[in-house]
Design a protein around this ligand. Sequence first.
Ligand SMILES: Cc1ncc(COP(=O)(O)O)c(C=O)c1O
Length: 397
Amino acid sequence: MKESAPLQVPFFRPSLGPDEEAAVLAVMRSGWLTTGNEALAFEQDFAAFTGAAHALAVNSATSGLLLAMDALGVGPGTAVVTTPYTFVSTALAAIHLGARILYADVEKDTYNIDPLAVEACLAKGGKDVRAIVPVHVGGALADMAAITEIARRACVKNPRVAVIEDAAHAFPSRTVAGFAGTLGDAGVFSFYANKTITTGEGGMVCLRDKEAAQRVGTLRLHGIDRPVWNRYTSPASSWEYDVVAPGWKCNLPDILAAIGRVQLKKADSFLKSRMAVAQAYNRAFAACDFLQIPPDGEGNAWHLYLLRIVPEKLRINRDEFMARLQEAGIGVSMHFIPHYRFSWLKNHYELDGGRFPNAERRFQATISLPLWPGMTGEQAAAVVNGVIAIGVSHYAR
Ligand SMILES: Cc1ncc(COP(=O)(O)O)c(C=O)c1O
């Protein structure tokens, strides 16, 4: 097989250095590889950084969503309101717990769930609805004030409607009300390789309620009733334990937690660098009538740069535009393929794009451009020049 030439500007590069290497080496030499002191310290560091009442490290945001939903009452016979414009695991977490999804379209101009559509879903789901899951797509925040107010009003009639933020893209998103991921009943962060901070794979669940946090802690390790990680190392620790719930294996090992602790210290400087690239893109693209720059707002974490083409102004569609960018050596991606386009979800829920006109319009026009903290000015300029050159040469006159 012939190797393809490397892209001039890759879509993403993780920003890891000697500090992360030293932290991993220290764990390897400590003799304790799996969940232990480092994971505990990472949780404490994360809670101190964000002001979260409880922070629990897990092996992915997918696991975190599953655990948070379970702890907040999502289960068989219940329903969860979320958007089709998110990664598939937002919905699959609820589906694995036996809940059904009520899909709400995104807002007319953003990538985030529309509070009015959430209200319509609540009216449809009635007392079955246990959670609303807004997603801060690309790091731009959903309308949390409206969504938490809708949930508060729904709680008067329903047993309990929790707000669980899918904050996979939204670290560190500061707002006057607090960090994204701590604004609802629970928030779930991802530390997947291309996220704003990374542990390779990993996540964090933040919760307001102590009992819910205890349940997440129990469920993430088989449903075992107490911390048992030090049973091999501490003379005070006993081998005995009970299993009090059918849990899963979702713990974050110390090797990865050690990387997370270093990355956490760099989170703000990473954000500054991503923001500088995003602003350079905005400045260049705002003047092009065949492009639409991404929505911004308070606390944007700028995980993704979601550029929209204006289809009526171009002779090529989004797919062709992406292909031209790749031919020009620019790495691109697509966030997101809406859930109604996945065969299982489409068939299971009898979904089609017609029910979600805003999500479908976003899908038809969006391209994710390269954005990571270590990007150079030359790389950002190459992306700008590539995008504008393709747009100009396919402009619909
Ligand atoms: C919006 C959203 N939610 C959840 C996830 C799942 O994250 P993880 O890969 O850590 O399970 C992702 C992953 O990219 C995501 O984009």
